[in-house]
Ligand binder design. Sequence first.
Ligand SMILES: Cc1cc2nc3c(=O)[nH]c(=O)nc-3n(C[C@H](O)[C@H](O)[C@H](O)COP(=O)(O)O)c2cc1C
Length: 334
Amino acid sequence: MAIGPIHIGGERLAVPVALAPMAGITDRPFRRLAASLGAPYVVSEMVASREMLHQRPLSAIRLTSAGNEALSAVQLAGCEAHWMAEAARRVEDGGARILDINMGCPAKKVTGSYSGSALMRDPDKALSLIEATVNAVSIPVTLKMRLGWDENSMNAPQIARLAEVAGVRMLVVHGRTRSQFYKGTADWRAVRPVVEAVDIPVLVNGDITDAAAARTALAQSGAAGVMIGRGTQGAPWLAGQIADDLQGNTPHPSPEGSTLRDLVIEHYEGLLSCYGTRIGLRGARKHFGWYLSSREGGAEIRERVVREDDPKTVIAALADYHWPALADDLADAA
Ligand SMILES: Cc1cc2nc3c(=O)[nH]c(=O)nc-3n(C[C@H](O)[C@H](O)[C@H](O)COP(=O)(O)O)c2cc1C
């Protein structure tokens, strides 16, 4: 199944394959890397609308765009229409091309304050928040949500229709309910009623970790495109590979050897320059785990680099390692 271009308001997305927003992971250095490796569309981590207006420095860092390679969106979370509208204006003034509303986050920290997926429990409140955001800006607004709060309230089609009428230009649906958190498997078929309820494009999300899964998710949901999250951890090239495949092209091979070494060092240096050495070092550790742990001899290198505080020593250790392909990639290539 090939996919075609979609329009998000006035923006054209030639290949609807997106890197999912993941707080603490898909920050600017990661988005930049994913975009340079072919991800056609990237979304910032969620930024709390109130927090952003009080200009916490980290929020500002998270917002800056991924670079010119991909279309990018900034995601806002919030529970008060007033703050969402204010923050939306700020995001637009900052040069964002697309603004995404988070209505999918299951975290108690977020739902406790009645934002993220908690908004799906109260469609009237969700609608007032959506309307305030859409009316505050002239850039396209998109919405990311789950199937509903729990299996007894799968109201994503209802919210989708309300959102479309309010002027939302694209939807992303994670095929789980909020009560599931990340348990079980994403139900791509359950996204189809959302696709059928609206005329705007819908991306299907959840558990898409390779091109075969992307094709199945598209076929089962009828969605116009896919969004990929956890599969990209330690694999910022994955969205680009899936985009290649869905266009009928041979995907770029997963990097290994000196190409992968350079890429990991580039990611590491990007984190240091974005956050400064102390926070950058800490933030890099989880990425090292994902890049290294499943490679032959990688676990030992990981142990060394996560204990090290001197960036030069870390880079020397990364440069010394031979960066073999993953066993899975070798099997795929055979
Ligand atoms: C660590 C982590 C952080 C996330 N942060 C966000 C976020 O900031 N905004 C959001 O809409 N979704 C967030 N998500 C949800 C993902 O965007 C995505 O919907 C979910 O992981 C399912 O897709 P996947 O199976 O491809 O990972 C996060 C998920 C993870 C694992």
